[in-house]
Design a protein around this ligand. Structure first.
Ligand SMILES: Nc1ncnc2c1ncn2[C@@H]1O[C@H](COP(=O)(O)OP(=O)(O)OP(=O)(O)O)[C@@H](O)[C@H]1O
Ligand SMILES: [Mg+2]
Length: 281
């Protein structure tokens, strides 16, 4: 097992079937990806790019018939429980229960992740402290702000002490201060534990600031991959008129369209995103 590789995808392909008569949707179309241990890796792209589908394959929630996915050397199809023991996962959809307190939510996840009973309350308290929710821990989650809910979900994922933390749109629908609050906690835990972070977002500015490397994804394919600085330098080399490109410019250069055009997506994509944003907000 290679401990320096956290996630490996080879020719990963996933098609949603719509029945025998209609062609399926190829959400992920042959992607190759290596996430190195200890890095913060960003999977970026507009609505419908295939980010969540890729994440679901990596987190073992979607069995993949084509291509290979592995986490720390464990195959995500054939060695699912080994993969799950290494993971913390914050899904795009809301995963906290508004009718419980913050502490009760994290305790629930500690049980799901099989944290030993003797360690449980200490580990729950540590996870809540890591996301700055100690004081609010015994309040009902229904009274939390959107940013607090997202930080609570982070605590739910951290209570398993994961080697790989997977965050699907951790800051969608949050205001800039709440977004920074989520990232500060992720960065701090990463520095303290050396865990690997795989994050999806369509906020290019956040990815630029917080990711060591990024993959730009559009229509199921990876259009470019590297550090934000490398990708910007490649764009400037290929198009000298763009002397100081942003990651948005980089996306346009490699995908042939702007993120705003691409964001329009189809109605279903927009509706799903909005629903998530309003539930979190
Ligand atoms: N359960 C499903 N059934 C059918 N098609 C789906 C399903 N989930 C996703 N798709 C389709 O697969 C494609 C990729 O979707 P996916 O959710 O992976 O994109 P995404 O990059 O996460 O987008 P978003 O930014 O909106 O979260 C889209 O065309 C989407 O409509
Ligand atoms: Mg998604």
């Amino acid at each position: 097992m290679n401990d320096r590789v956290a996630v490996e995808c080879r020719a990963l392909t996933y098609t949603f079937e719509h029945g025998r008569k209609k062609a399926g949707t190829r959400a992920v179309d042959g992607i190759d990806l290596t996430v190195r241990a200890g890095e913060v890796f960003g999977l970026l792209g507009p609505n419908g790019a295939g980010k969540t589908t890729t994440i679901r394959a990596i987190t073992t929630l979607l069995p993949t018939a084509r291509g290979m996915v592995a986490v720390f050397g464990h195959d995500c199809n054939t060695d699912r429980s080994a993969v799950r023991r290494l993971l913390g996962y914050v899904p795009q959809q809301l995963s906290a229960d508004a009718g419980l307190t913050g502490r009760e939510n994290v305790e629930l996840f500690a049980r799901v992740y099989d944290v030993a009973r003797a360690e449980r309350s200490e580990r729950v308290a540590q996870a809540l402290a890591a996301v700055d929710l100690t004081e609010a821990a015994d309040r009902m989650v229904g009274t939390y702000s959107g940013g607090m809910v997202r930080r609570l979900e982070l605590a739910q994922a951290l209570v398993s002490a994961p080697r790989l933390l997977v965050l699907d749109e951790p800051t969608i629908g949050l205001d800039p201060i709440a977004r920074a609050g989520v990232w500060d906690r992720v960065d701090a835990v990463r520095r303290a534990t050396g865990m690997t972070v795989l994050v999806t977002t369509h906020y290019m500015d956040e990815a630029d600031r917080h990711c060591d490397r990024v993959a730009l994804m559009d229509r199921g394919r990876i259009r470019a991959l590297g550090t934000p600085a490398e990708l910007k330098a490649r764009v400037t080399a290929e198009d000298p008129a763009l002397a100081a490109p942003t990651l948005d410019d980089v996306f346009r250069h490699f995908s042939g369209r702007t993120l705003t055009d691409a964001k329009e997506g189809d109605f279903g994509d927009v509706r799903r995103t909005r629903r998530t944003a309003s539930r979190v907000g």
